[in-house]
Design a protein around this ligand. Sequence first.
Ligand SMILES: [Zn+2]
Ligand SMILES: [Zn+2]
Length: 337
Amino acid sequence: MKTVLLKSPGDILISEIETTQRQDGHVLLRVRSAGICGSDIGAYKGVNPLVSYPRVIGHEIAGEIVEVADDETEYKVGDRVIIEPYVYCGTCYPCSIGHTNCCENLTVRGVHIEGGMAEYVSHPRHLLHKVPDGLPWHLVPMAEPLVISMHAVKQAETKAGQHVVITGAGQIGLLAAQYALTLGAIPIMVDPVEERLALARSLGVAHTLNPVSQDVVAEILSITQGRMAEAVIECSGDARAIRGTVDYVAYAGHIALVGWPKSDIPMPTALFTKKELTIRGSRNSVGQFPESLRLIAEGKVNVQALLTKTVTMDETPATVADIAAHPEKYLKVTCLL
Ligand SMILES: [Zn+2]
Ligand SMILES: [Zn+2]
């Protein structure tokens, strides 16, 4: 079968390998679509220490079931599904309290184990979600970044009527803003790139701020009539944005950190106490795929607007290389396999 194989950092190609067989407790999928994620680009650039090589990339994977176990009752051949790519151990402490998203022994497809950018993939049957009828293949992988954003919105305890500052208008930030809107919250998007802010406005975000040309603290103070934001979601990983979260947040507010910083960042920790902040990490997601798929299928979250383009499997290696070289040209790319 054909795969998108990362032989070593900077060396990506279409490679023929022996066709995957269905494993015990798994279903076998004919992969139909995949999303190219930031972590795939990190693997290509060799900056993700968790990735070993050679590695088939891809964790945002959707496909059609082609083989199930004889005693399978829930799934049948022909079902359209998306995989939940976070394969957890089920026995460690976080797993024992239901936080399987931050399992101590987590293995993620395309990172720790072979990814799904291949014609076939065998995946645990309990980590699948049925795709609503009529949702086109090229949009299905977007359900994975959306669950990341939904989890971050939840970690920040975002509620209807509240202001939520979102730093970083990449795919995670723009999806978080749209999800916050479905909850009746009021997003305030902060990003230095004007085109991204314009896209946010076209998706219904009323307040957008550019930290290069505007005094973000003063603007948030004015928008919130002196309160500051009850919730802040940091999606960029940028050091200045992370530092800014404690200034943007209200007293007794909540901060969720979903962006991965590149290094340690000094923080005014006295403000954590003075404002009595709740600061939470936000990693992967748990239990949110069904709602994510429904929101996309019902058009409540517009994922099409975030797609820069959709490419074929043969075009995928060159596209990954181009995204790594010119990240500013892309917001999100999906592949039809
Ligand atoms: Zn992803
Ligand atoms: Zn675990």
